[in-house]
Structure formats: structure tokens, C-alpha cells
Design a binder for this molecule. Structure first.
Ligand code: G6P
Ligand code: ZN
Length: 583
């Protein structure tokens, strides 16, 4: 057995290592500075209780972006030096974020071991490559992101770190080959187990969904399917699940080879960045003219996000979670005993609220960030949840899950078309959504993103919006002056959340303007960018009248958009006359 020694390396704090909504995300150029990654990893080890490090089993993998392979070797050497007993690595360092969560919760190692945490190497939907982003986050033994108590501690540690431990003489491990490598250190044996990235996840999906009914749907000549991994890690799962398990054609997979730079693209599944899929589905200007497939979906870099499309039809994420919740019990075996509750993030539209009310389900509105759902799920209070930011998921794991969402939609389609596949007309994605609107009403919804705005200007814009809230009479004066055809603002605040499980309070979670007719304007600063500030503006309007739920959403929302832009003085503060992305 190869032996290794532990070296104590002197270091000093590096500024700016505060983890954001989903871990530490910076340009690769920042990460490759001497000691940058090492400081953060050691600060993480130091923030955990001793038994979560010494003798523990930890997962290290990610979306395969540029610098991941080097980072994995560094973390393996530091783990060995810190007394970790075993490291699990997905083959080639690939594990989607939901798969990491599943691996922590479900996987049993070749020697019967179980993992108690994970370093996930991803910057999610941000581009990758030498000039782009890298990221790292730590997940706990429940499979979910570390709570604020831990991330705050990590940050505190980064500000006072003096040394880190590393096994410099540990040879690099071949992460392309499945198997176990064992080493001997001062405290005993240390193993690195490389395992198949997909098996545990596939097994979990098969225990949740009725694969046979989805297979029937996918093999029907009436149905057609398309999946775009945007060259992210979802590709490592798409072929196994959609082609090998469910019988989809290989040609239905787009960009499903994971690449370190995501093929130069922006791996974010929305109407702007998933260009190829959007064109194939007959949406946007670049439609190819061919008959589009009935169903299309895309994932982000680490495969926790999803976008669902029908033929020439976009499903907003806010509607998607509402529709999944409304159909889960009938269409998905995992939920057949009923839903424990449902939840959405604050800026997500209230479509889910209406379903919860109608079906008499427990309902929660939480701040942006998946960790808030995790607490509810651990307490058995929530089964299905989602966010406007293209995240949907359930309590099968503690991350959102892009492929799960696609399987949920395919399950609903399979269920609605049970008798239709041999004779009869196909119930399409669009039919399902329109039917949902007819039953529950429609929440017209759009989001405007202003990316990479000057951070000072963004802060001023937000401060101004908070200041305005002190007088609703004044706000209404301004609003009516802009558009007299919108309803009155009846409430304005900054969203604050008291976690019903641990009692913790999260303040300043977004600025809300609530209107008399149920419309809403929400302003938030993104917590996931790596440069400047990103302002997000969320605009929503509820329409109950079934004869009015079929309008074009940008057109229906135009008056509210105008109010939002003028009220916030968007152009004045940011210098931008248009958003970077509209979804
Ligand atoms: C990540 C989190 C999501 C959250 C999103 C918000 O994807 O996992 O839970 O909704 O970030 O991003 P933002 O850029 O709006 O802070
Ligand atoms: Zn992601």
C-alpha cells in the first residue's frame, strides 16, 4: 500500500470567500491563485464537527467544468491529511448536484460505508472554462446544502486561517477508472472509491416513477421527445435514463456530451440560453420549419434546474410546480399516499398557492434558496416544491432535480394519455397547462434580469424602493401617474421568513409591492452571480376568468412592467434601457 505523510502548510486569509446562495463561486482565475481553494476547503473541514471529518466518508464530484479535475485531486489530498477515511468520486469526477444528494442519502459503498457529506464542484448555470466560473459548495448528511450556521462558520474561518493540511506525496488518483485505491497514512487507511456516476441515481428514479408507463409514452408514434443537456453533467444521466431505460431515440438528445466549457455556451435552461432546443421546439424566431417534438426539456450545468417546453409552448417554472403538485398523487407512484405539503420561493408565482388551497394541502412560502425547502422536508412537512428560477423537486432528495422534473412531466403526460396512445388524440403539454389555467386561473408571470450591473447602483435602486414603501399614498400617486389602468398597491415590504422548523429568521429577502387585484412586483438582488450585481424584477398578475387566461403574457403584463420600470427608476440607476434576459 502506498503511504503518505501529512504536511502543515502555512497560509493567510484571502478576502471574499463568503459562500453565496449556493456555495463559493468565482472566476477560475480567482480559484487557481495559490492557496485559494485550499483555504476554503480547510475552513470547511474546520467548520464541521470532528466526527464529520475524522474517519468520515465524503463525496467529491461535480458538473465536470474546467478546473474540476485539479480541484478533486487537491481535495482528496487535503481530506487524507485531515483524517477522512474515504472519498467517493463519480467516474471522471462527474455527479450532478441531485445525484450527489441521492448518493449521500442512498449509496452504500463496496465496504458497507455511507457518506456524511460532499464537496460539490459546480457554478451551476454559470459558464465554464479558463476565463469563466468555478464553484464549490458543501452538502451535509441529509443530502442538502450546508445551513447558514455552517456557511457563516466557514466564512469566519477563511478570515483567520493560518495553516492547512495536505498529503502532498499522495499520488494523483485515476478518476477515470471505477475501483478503489487504498493508501496508508499516519492515522491508518485512506481509500478513494471511484464509482459509476449514474447507477444510484437511476435506481432512485426507478423507485419513484412508473418507468413502464413512460416507456409506453415515449415509444408511441404520437409522441416525440427532445432533451438538451447544454453540455452539462445531465448528459451523463440522459442517455442512461431516456435512451437505455425508457427507449427514447438517441437523436432526441441534444448537447448531451459533458464538456469542461459547456461547448462555449451558457448552461442555463431558459428561453435565451437554450437556443438550440428553443428552435427545435418551434419557439422563437429561429424555428427550423420542421414539425417540432411534442415535449422538450433542458438542464443547467449541474442538472438541478429544468426547463419544460411543449410543441411551440413554454411552461413557466411557476406553473410547472403547480401542475406537478396538482397531478402528483394520480400520476407518480412515489406520491400515491398523498402530499405532505407543498412550498415555493417568495418570487415564484402564486399558482401553487391556488392548488394548495383547492387540494387542502399545507403550503409554505420561503425565501429564495433550496435550503429552506430542505428543513421543511426533513420535518416531513413538504413533498413537492419549486422556484421560478427553473428549479423543481421533491423530498426524494434535498436538492432540486432537473431530470426528476422531466420524469414528473412525462409521468403526467403518460397518465393523461393512458387510453389515448392506441386511438384518440394526444393530450399535449399545452393542453395540460391550458386545462390547469381553466381550473385554477392563470398567473401571468415574467422575470426581467439586469445582469452585471454596477453593485453600488443596484444597492441604491433597492434602497430607493424600500424608502418609497414608507408611504403607500405616495407610491399610489406615482403608480397611477404612470398607468391609471393598474390596481392599487395595498402592501409593501421586504420579505422576512421565520423558519417553522428551527425558528431562524431570514431578513431582507426581496422587496415586495402587492396590489389589490393580487398582482405583485418583486425586486431582488441575485445571490449567485460572480461579477457586479444582478437585479431581478419579478412581475405577476392573476387572472381567474377562464375566458381571459389565453393572452400573450408579455402583452398582458405590459402595464405592470411599465409601472415597475418607472417606479424603480431602473434606467436612471442602472443605465440600462433593456434587461439582459427576459424569462
Ligand atoms: C440557486 C439556488 C436556487 C435559487 C437560485 C437563485 O440556483 O439553488 O434555490 O432559486 O440560485 O438564484 P439568484 O441568482 O436569483 O440568487
Ligand atoms: Zn444548477
Amino acid at each position: 500500500m502506498v503511504r503518505f505523510n501529512v504536511t502543515r502548510k502555512l497560509t493567510s486569509p484571502i478576502d471574499g470567500q463568503k459562500p453565496g446562495t449556493s456555495g463559493l463561486r468565482k472566476k477560475v482565475k480567482v480559484f487557481i491563485q495559490p492557496n485559494y481553494l485550499e483555504n476554503f476547503v480547510q475552513s470547511t473541514f474546520n467548520a464541521l464537527t470532528a466526527e464529520k471529518v475524522r474517519g468520515a466518508t465524503l463525496v467529491v464530484s461535480g458538473d465536470g467544468r474546467y478546473y474540476s479535475k485539479d480541484a478533486i485531486q487537491i481535495i482528496v489530498k487535503m481530506a487524507a491529511a485531515n483524517g477522512v477515511r474515504r472519498i467517493w468520486v463519480g467516474q471522471n469526477g462527474l455527479l450532478s448536484t441531485p445525484a450527489v444528494s441521492a448518493v449521500i442519502r442512498e449509496r452504500v459503498g463496496v465496504d458497507g460505508s455511507r457518506a456524511s457529506g460532499a464537496f460539490i464542484l459546480t457554478a451551476s448555470h454559470n459558464p465554464g472554462g479558463p476565463n469563466e466560473d468555478f464553484g464549490i459548495k458543501y452538502n451535509m448528511e441529509n443530502g442538502g446544502p450546508a445551513p447558514e450556521g455552517i456557511t457563516d462558520k466557514i466564512y469566519e474561518n477563511t478570515k483567520s486561517i493560518k495553516e492547512y493540511l495536505i498529503a502532498e506525496d499522495l499520488p494523483n488518483v485515476d478518476i477515470s477508472a471505477i475501483g478503489v485505491s487504498s493508501f496508508g497514512g499516519p492515522e491508518g487507511q485512506f481509500d478513494v472509491e471511484v464509482f459509476d456516476s449514474a447507477s444510484d441515481y437511476v435506481k432512485l428514479m426507478k423507485s419513484i416513477f412508473d418507468f413502464e408507463s413512460i416507456r409506453k409514452l415515449l415509444s408511441s408514434p404520437k409522441f416525440s421527445f427532445c432533451y438538451d443537456a447544454l453540455h452539462g453533467v445531465a448528459g451523463a444521466y440522459a442517455k442512461r435514463i431516456f435512451v437505455e431505460e425508457l427507449g427514447a431515440q438517441e437523436s432526441s438528445l441534444l448537447n448531451c456530451v459533458p464538456k469542461e466549457d459547456f461547448g462555449g455556451g451558457h448552461p442555463d435552461p431558459n428561453l435565451t440560453y437554450a437556443k438550440e432546443l428553443v428552435a427545435r421546439m418551434g419557439l422563437g424566431k429561429s424555428s427550423s420549419g420542421e414539425e417540432p417534438p411534442e415535449f422538450g426539456a433542458a438542464a443547467d450545468g449541474d442538472a438541478d434546474r429544468n426547463m419544460v417546453l411543449g410543441k411551440r409552448f413554454f411552461v413557466t417554472p411557476s406553473d410547472s410546480v403547480a401542475i406537478i403538485a396538482a397531478n402528483a398523487v394520480e400520476a407518480i407512484p412515489y406520491f400515491s399516499a398523498g402530499l405532505k405539503g407543498v412550498a415555493r420561493s417568495m418570487p415564484t408565482s402564486a399558482a401553487l398557492d391556488v392548488v394548495a388551497k383547492n387540494l387542502n394541502l399545507k403550503f409554505f412560502e420561503v425565501p429564495t434558496g433550496w435550503k429552506f425547502f430542505g428543513n421543511l422536508m426533513d420535518a416531513g412537512m413538504c413533498s413537492v416544491c419549486g422556484e421560478e428560477s427553473f428549479g423543481t423537486g421533491s423530498d426524494h432528495i434535498r436538492e432540486k432535480d432537473g431530470i426528476w422534473a422531466v420524469l414528473a412531466w412525462l409521468s403526467i403526460l403518460a397518465y393523461k394519455n393512458k387510453g389515448n396512445l392506441d386511438g384518440g388524440k394526444l393530450v399535449t403539454v399545452e393542453d395540460i397547462v391550458r386545462q390547469h389555467w381553466a381550473t385554477y386561473g392563470r398567473h401571468y408571470y415574467t422575470r426581467y434580469d439586469y445582469e452585471n450591473v454596477d453593485a453600488g447602483a443596484a444597492k441604491e435602486l433597492m434602497a430607493n424602493l424600500v424608502k418609497l414603501q414608507s408611504s403607500l399614498a405616495e407610491v399610489n400617486g406615482i403608480v397611477q401617474g404612470i398607468r391609471s389602468d393598474v390596481s392599487k398597491v395595498v402592501h409593501g415590504d421586504e420579505f422576512e421568513y421565520k423558519d417553522p422548523v428551527d425558528g431562524s429568521i431570514s431578513k431582507h429577502q426581496g422587496i415586495r409591492y402587492l396590489f389589490e387585484d393580487g398582482s405583485r412586483l418583486v425586486f431582488r438582488l441575485s445571490g449567485t452571480g460572480s461579477e457586479g450585481a444582478t437585479i431581478r424584477l419579478y412581475i405577476e398578475q392573476y387572472e381567474k376568468d377562464p375566458s381571459k387566461t389565453g393572452r400573450d403574457s408579455q402583452e398582458a403584463l405590459a402595464p405592470l412592467v411599465e409601472v415597475a420600470l418607472k417606479l424603480s427608476k431602473m434606467q436612471e440607476f442602472t443605465g440600462r434601457s433593456a434587461p439582459t434576459v427576459i424569462t
